[in-house]
Design a protein around this ligand. Structure first.
Ligand code: ACO
Length: 337
């Protein structure tokens, strides 16, 4: 009989980075036919951060990762897997941004790869990190969600350019023998029926790079916003109810509900359905907009830096994005503040 103790995966630390340049609603009013009033009323967004032309997704990621590594109290040599969730990689399609990040951080000879699940990427990545750790294969995973979303936004399209921003978040997912520190549960799912709700049509095998691709603007994000909105509210409400029910946890036991920051109205609808109190709901959408895979770790980092996230606090994460993909997770924070 094996005497090995079970291993759990825990979130040992968090870090994030937002580039300094701010793009306000007033700035967008000068670029497209929109208004601060419309944007705030329909989305809750007031401003977002935009990276400089010579800053890559990996550069944002490296800043966030450095904080996560030092806050976990580990050396970079102890990291044995690097995962980067992104749909705005440094290069389409190789090398993986995770490889570029590993090189920039001086992390050598470890497995590194990207995860493509749009806004759900960080929670998808959490499920992969958890599987590696709980199987006893890896001990310290550097999990990153990073996006230079401005690189695929058409700043003449008012229906999308008001929504997105750039940024990165990172966490160290470590092995622990303490069950109370471990990730409780993760749901992650997808439905390709709705693939055309949110897509960048090119470049890819369907439309390889060409002059026509550029002329038609196929390299930019296209979104069926209203259809996505309705499906997001329905799917997320069902998903978070299911994960709580499955684990016998009441909504009022959640210390921090950390939703994907796409639209204040989606967050409010899900929060209302769960009867969550205002102080349970983490909101950053007003200052960063939708940063896709970076949005959840950036939001966790926000409460960490405000001193509101303490060891043992129970978090409920939920997210929805291109694919379509969606995911939720229940976990305590296992870092020290
Ligand atoms: N300023 C002013 N008017 C606008 C703007 C704008 N920026 N954008 C659209 N409008 C207009 C439309 O043209 C339309 O006008 P019409 O009625 O004359 O045709 C009207 O406003 C309403 O448009 P809708 O698209 O129906 O507006 P809606 O209330 O749905 O809000 C939004 C749009 C904000 C995009 C919303 O649908 C949304 O948030 N969708 C979900 C986004 C999401 O969650 N995506 C998933 C994650 S993203 C990822 O995975 C990368």
């Amino acid at each position: 009989m094996s005497t090995n103790k079970p291993i759990y995966a825990c979130m040992r630390s968090i870090g994030a980075y937002a580039p300094p340049k701010v793009l306000t609603n007033a700035d967008l009013e000068k670029m497209v036919d929109t208004s601060d009033e419309w944007i705030v009323k329909r989305t809750g967004i007031r401003e977002r951060r935009i990276a400089d032309a010579d800053t890559a997704t990996s550069d944002l990621a490296v800043e966030a990762a450095r904080d996560a590594i030092s806050r976990a109290g580990i050396e970079k040599e102890e990291i044995d897997l690097v995962l980067c969730a992104t749909v705005t990689p440094d290069y389409f399609n190789m090398p993986a941004t995770a490889c570029v990040i590993s090189h920039k951080l001086g992390i050598k000879n470890v497995q590194a790869f990207d995860i493509s699940a749009a806004c759900s990427g960080f929670v998808y990545g959490l499920s992969i990190a958890r599987a590696f750790v709980e199987a006893g294969i890896k001990r310290n995973v550097l999990l990153i969600g990073a996006e230079k979303f401005s690189s695929i936004v058409d700043y003449t399209d008012r229906s999308t350019c008001i929504l997105f921003g750039d940024g990165a978040g990172a966490a160290i997912i470590s092995a622990t023998e303490d069950r109370d520190e471990g990730i409780v549960d993760i749901h992650a799912s997808a439905d390709g029926t709705y693939a055309d709700f949110l897509m960048t049509p090119a470049p890819g095998s369907v439309h390889p790079a060409s002059c026509e691709v550029i002329e038609q603007g196929l390299q930019y994000i296209k979104m069926k916003g209203n259809e996505t909105f309705k499906l997001a509210v329905k799917t997320l409400t069902r998903d978070v109810r299911e994960i709580l029910l499955k684990n016998g946890i009441e909504a009022d036991a959640i210390d921090h509900f950390v939703p994907h920051q796409a639209n204040y109205r989606i967050i409010k609808a899900v929060g209302d359905a769960l009867k969550l109190k205002e102080e349970q709901i983490i909101l950053t959408v007003h200052k960063y907009g939708n940063t896709s895979a970076a949005s959840i770790p950036m939001a966790i980092n926000e409460i960490y830096e405000e001193g509101r996230l303490r060891y043992g606090d129970l978090m409920l994460l939920d997210t929805f994005g291109g694919g379509l993909t969606w995911a939720s997770a229940l976990l305590p924070f296992a870092g020290r503040n």
